[in-house]
Design a protein. Structure first.
Length: 53
């Protein structure tokens, strides 16, 4: 998923009443994103996120 506020890419680890809890594809802290501000990541976004290690 892509957080449209920041462009950060992560995968959903939990759905909460406030939105989605995302974990980055690489090292980093989990973060909360409202569901209306998250969308599926494109292949290019995933590749860029994985290259940022």
């Amino acid at each position: 998923m892509t957080d449209t506020r920041s462009g950060a890419v992560g995968y959903v680890v939990q759905e909460t009443s406030d939105g989605l809890l995302l974990r980055p594809l690489t090292a980093g802290e989990e973060w909360q994103v409202p569901p209306d501000l998250a969308r599926p990541a494109t292949p290019a976004e995933v590749a860029a996120a994985l290259a940022d290690t």
